[in-house]
Structure formats: C-alpha cells, structure tokens
Design a binder for this molecule. Structure first.
Ligand code: ATP
Ligand code: ZN
Length: 645
C-alpha cells in the first residue's frame, strides 16, 4: 500500500452548464477518493474547468458578455454544483488561474528550447465545430463525423509538438504496463491507434483567429491551443515544478475520463509528460457514455439530464448509488428514470432498507435496543449447523469489494456488498429469531444471531460509505456508534466483533422510502414490499414438456464483444467435454472481463442459430428486468455439464 492517492477528473469545458455526464465522472472520482481514504491513505482530489478557446469566445459573444465574465459565470455553475452532489474535492482549478498559466508557459518554453516544438506551414481540412484539423481517413464521406459538415480547407502557419518522436516509447510503455489504461478495451484502442504513424500535434492558433488563450512564450502572435493549456492542469494544480504537493502526490496520480477524450489522455498526455521530463501517470481510468435512447447524453445534442433535479426528487445517496451500480465502468449505459426507480425500490428500499429496520426492530423487541452479548462458540455452532456463516460472508464481501474498488469496478464492489446483504436477509429467514425468542433455551442462540446481524450491518454501513456517505453515517449513528470516529476504515471493518455489546441502539429509521412507480416523483411514505410489475405467468405445461428442455451448467471460458452489435457478447463456454460458442445479449450489463470463470445456465439442446454471422449453439438463461439483464447462475460451483433437473 502506497499510503497516498491523487485523483483527477477532466477539466470541463465551460461552454454550457453541467449535466449528468459530468456528474457521473466527478462522482466516480469522489467514490474512488473516499474508498482510498477508507484504506487509510492520504488523498488529494482535483477537478476544475477548461476556459480558453474559440467555442467559449463564441458562446460569450452570443450572451453579449466578455469571455472573462462568461467563464466566471459558467465555471461557478460547476463549482457550486459539486458540494450539492457530496463531492469532496480538495481543489477546483481553472485554466484561467495565473499560477496555471505560468506553468503552461514554462513547459512550452522548455520543449521549444529542446527542439520538440517547431514552426511549420500546414494546409488541412478544418472543422470549425470541433476546432481541429481532420486527416482524410478520419472523415466520413468527406464530412466531420461529429458535425456532419464538410470541413474547410485552410492554410496556416502554426507550432507543432513532435509527438512522432515518442511513438515507439509510448507503445513500449503501454505494453509493459498492462494497467496503464484501463479497462482493457481502451488500452487496446490506444494501441490500435498507435499502429498508425503518429502525426505531430498542432498546438497553437494565430491570434488573428483566436485571442482568448494563453500567448505562446516564444511567439506573441500565437496563443496555445487546447492540449498544453488543458492537460497541464493536472500538474500545475499541485504546484509543479517545486511544490511540496507535487512532490508528494504526483507519483500516485490516477486520471478519470470518459472515452471521448481517450486519445488526448492516453496518447498526447503521456508523451507531453515524457518530453517535459515529468514522470508519467500511473493509471488512466476510462468510462463509457450515459446514453438517452440511442444517443450519447450531450450538451450539443441537448438531451441532457439535470443532476440536481434528480437529486432533489430521489435523494443524493440514491442518485449516487444508481450511477455507480447501474453503469459497468467502461461500458455505455442507458439512462432512464424508470431504471433509477427500480434500483431504489429493489436494492435500497427492499434489500438494504428492510434489512436494517428489521434487525433494529428485533433488537428493540428482544433486547430493549441494547447490543446483546455473544460468545464465539455459539456463533461457530450456528455457522456449522444451519444458518450460514455471516462472519465468513462478511470477510468475503470485504475482500471482493476492495479488489473491485481498487480496479474501478464500482458495480462489482457494490454487487459484493449486496451479496452480503442478501445473505443476511436469508440468514434471518433461516435462523428465525422469532422462534428462538419463544423459549428460554434459545436465548444464547438468539443473542448470537442478533449480534451477528448487527455486526454485519456495521460492516455494510462502512462498505457503502464511499458511495452513500450520508446513509452510512445514519446507519452508524443508529447502531450506536459515533459517526465521527473512523469506523469506515477497511481495517476496522475487517475486525469482526467491533460493535461493543451493551451499546444502545436507536429506533429503526426508514432509510429509503419506496417510490410509487405510478405517482413517480414522490417517494412514498408507508408500504414495504410489493414488487414492481412482472409479466403474467405463462400457461401450464406438463413434466413431459419440461423434460424436452436440456438445461446444463457451463463455465464461461472466454468472452468478447461482437463487433458492431450494441448488446451482444460472444462467449466460449465449457460444457464438460465440449466447448461451445454462444452469442448472448448481455453486453449492456456485463463487461467481457467480468465473465470468465462465471458459471451459467445454458439451454443445451436449443437449435443453433446464426447471430451477426456467428453460429450460436445454445442460450444463456437470464433475468431481464427492464434494461438490466442478470445472468442466472448456480449457488455453489459445480462440474461443467451438470444437468439441471
Ligand atoms: N454522456 C456522457 N456520459 C458520461 N460522461 C460524460 C457524458 N457527457 C459528458 N461526460 C463527461 O464530460 C466530459 C466531456 O465534457 P464536455 O464538456 O465535452 O461534455 P459534452 O456534453 O460531451 O459536450 P459536447 O456535447 O460539446 O461534446 C467527458 O469526458 C465526461 O467526463
Ligand atoms: Zn466537427
């Protein structure tokens, strides 16, 4: 463990107000930061705004403001939003900050002196919407792929950064450091890009065309264009080159971005760092897009969702939980309010909320709201007998959570916690405390059962803290713990038996009110269980009908995306004695790397069919709940090929 952690978000371009996409990236960084604090690391969290360029000049003109007044206004929309979303950033940087501009000048001058920046005339196809030149091969039918307009041919003299010189170095670096860009699909994308010769990067604009930028230190007729200005924020914020914070945190840096800026972060930035003699970052963590229907949520398209509006209706923690749980980090995800409501009702109101209030209510009923004594022998005996071993389940959940969160697989980290919650819910049903309470002889067992459940809740409350800090604090408070003490530390969570017997518990709260799907916008006050709509049961069949279907357990060996298909994955599964290819429409809910090793249930005698030109021999069983698809599996590992009867 390094003991230090530095995380950054992209600096957002201030030509429009923030939307859910920006909120997602920033919440992601916040969750990662809080998680590392749980590991007792010292953390530093940077976000900010990118404030130069002609899109901003134009946006300001449209509002009849000076660029300065305009960027002040929009930047404030971002900096004011973050506290509302529970973002714990240590610094908010603006590329118009004088200290930042000074660093940009220093680095540019150094690279110019070293011969890595040169002056050259350039003729090219320029898209004014994108503010960049396009190579012919990047155009679609001769048009800009984003704006669908034909770029104009313009001739210009400009300054260029000699990126080509560092191409081989970068390929080697990415190959030697498999986690440098993650998840893997983006590493592969970066490597694929580097298979083509890397062109030098145009880094300036003549002042005649753009004034709103940092003037080049070696030529006053030009201003810096985009990347040197923007990317250097990650070091200038730390007081590069001599700042104490730079020395301390830079060796531990991780960046987070969406895939739209993979190229600048995965290619330009490491090369800029290398050329400037600054150590290269540790990890670039890249996520996909929130889509609305078929399109990326984006301010240019105008299909944006306001994060504050959702937070105000559904509550901050529920909103943060939904974003972290529903998106597989790295893949695209469809946003819908219905999906958000489903998550709140099932995972939060039902699974977690009910568990918490059930356990607290029973503790009040049986022990007057005081944490009971317990003894290890009874606990061990219970685990052996019938009820399952919550202590072992909790240890597994913590390990899986830690591994997943370290690797930015937030959805998996939360799934591990919900697995523990589900085991605790089952534990109550099996242990049936209400039966034990009926006679005196059951007292010791009852105490042990309730103690384990309370201890399990303490652990759950700690594990959810990075994603749902307010709920975590509330749970801790109700468990009689001082929420200001470092109970969220992973090391404390690992110590089974930390909750002191004799602690006074508070009355059970309602952590998450169910949302009435019909009334939607208002969280409902009462009612606990009814589930959202499920399809009607189909007509009856006989045993003979059933016997026709051959269901087998199979183990996934390999999984990959099917090119050009949005929802399909190609799986190789081990059926015991034979390996089959199965195409399955689960890519919206699973990343290929999630699947190898997972045991699935396959309809083994389904007639093979071709999907996207690939023969699929069999079908995976899965629960389809709206847009989320959950693969059916077996409760314990079994031999591949085992039939289900
Ligand atoms: N749909 C989205 N899903 C996830 N993240 C997004 C989304 N849109 C924006 N972001 C976040 O914001 C960053 C880009 O910000 P930008 O200001 O360019 O937003 P935008 O709405 O995509 O703008 P534009 O429509 O002009 O491309 C991304 O790298 C990502 O961090
Ligand atoms: Zn364009």
């Amino acid at each position: 463990m390094s003991g230090l952690f530095y995380i950054t978000t992209p600096i957002y371009y201030v030509n429009a107000r923030p939307h859910l996409g920006h909120a997602y990236t920033t919440i992601t960084a916040d969750v990662a930061c809080r998680f590392h604090a749980m590991k007792s690391e010292e953390t530093y969290f940077l976000t900010g705004t990118d404030e130069h360029g002609d899109k901003i000049e134009r946006a300001a003109r449209k509002e009849e403001m000076t660029p300065r007044a305009y960027v002040d206004k929009i930047s404030r929309l971002f900096s004011d939003l973050w506290p509302e979303l529970g973002i714990s950033n240590d610094q908010f940087i603006r590329t118009t900050d004088p200290a930042h501009q000074k660093v940009v000048l220093q680095v540019l001058q150094r690279l110019y002196d070293a011969g890595d920046i040169y002056f050259s005339e350039y003729e090219g196809k320029y898209c004014f919407g994108c503010e960049r030149f396009y190579a012919d091969r990047e155009l679609v039918d001769g048009k800009c792929p984003d704006h669908e307009t034909e770029p104009e041919v313009i001739r210009e003299s400009n300054y260029f950064f000699r990126m080509s010189k560092y191409q081989d170095w970068l390929i080697d670096h990415i190959e030697k450091n498999p986690d440098f860009i993650r998840p893997e699909r983006y590493r592969n994308e970066a490597l694929a890009f580097l298979r083509e010769p890397l062109e030098d990067l145009c880094i300036s604009r003549p002042k005649s065309r753009l004034q709103w930028g940092i003037p080049l230190p070696f030529d006053d007729n030009y201003v810096t264009y985009v990347w040197f200005d923007a990317l250097l924020n990650y070091v200038s914020a730390l007081g590069y080159p001599d700042g104490e914070r730079f020395r301390k945190f830079w060796p531990h840096v991780q960046h987070v971005t969406a895939k739209d800026i993979l190229k600048p972060h995965g290619i330009y930035w490491p090369i800029m760092l290398k050329a400037a003699g600054i150590p290269v970052y540790n990890h670039l963590n890249v996520h996909g897009y929130w889509n609305v229907g078929e399109s990326k949520m984006s301010k240019s398209i105008g299909n944006v969702v306001e994060p504050l509006a959702l937070k105000d209706v559904y509550g901050l923690d529920a909103f943060r939980f939904f974003l972290m749980r529903d998106m597989v980090f790295g893949l695209d995800s469809d946003f819908s309010e219905d999906a958000l409501i489903r998550r709140i009702n099932s995972d939060l109101a039902n699974d977690l909320g009910n568990l918490f209030s059930r356990v607290l209510s029973m503790s009040h009923k049986y022990f007057g709201g005081v944490v009971p004594e317990t003894d290890p022998d009874t606990e061990a005996e219970l685990a052996r007998l019938k009820t399952g071993d919550l202590r072992a389940n909790a240890a597994t959940a913590i390990d899986e959570f830690e591994t997943a969160m370290d690797g930015f697989a937030f959805h998996k980290g939360l799934a591990a916690v919900w697995e523990l919650i589900s085991r605790m819910n089952k534990y109550i049903d099996v242990a049936a405390p209400w039966e034990l309470a009926k006679n005196k002889a059951g007292k010791k067992e009852l105490e042990a059962v309730m103690y384990q459940l309370l201890e399990g809740l303490r652990i759950v409350s700690g594990l959810i803290a990075p994603v749902m800090p307010d709920t975590a604090r509330s749970m801790q408070k109700h468990l009689g713990l001082d929420p200001d003490q470092p109970f969220f530390r992973l090391s404390t969570l690992r110590q089974w038996g930390t909750l002191p017997p004799g602690t006074q518990l508070l009355r059970a709260p309602r952590l998450f009110p169910r949302i009435d799907v019909k009334k939607k916008n208002a969280p409902e006050e009462a009612a606990v269980t009814p589930e959202p709509d499920v399809p009607a049961i189909r007509p009856q069949i006989t045993m003979e009908d059933l016997a026709k279907v051959d269901l087998r357990v199979a183990t996934v060996v390999r999984a990959e995306a099917v090119p050009k298909a949005r929802k399909l994955l190609k799986l190789e599964v081990d059926m015991g004695g034979e390996t089959r290819t199965i195409i399955s429409g689960i890519s919206g809910s699973y990343a290929p790397e999630d699947l190898p090793g997972m045991q699935v249930i396959v309809v083994a005698n389904l007639k093979p069919a071709k999907l996207m030109g690939i023969l699929s021999s069999g079908m995976l069983l899965a629960a389809v709940d709206g847009k989320s698809v959950i693969v059916g599996t077996v409760e314990k590992p079994v031999r591949p090929g085992t039939p289900l009867t």
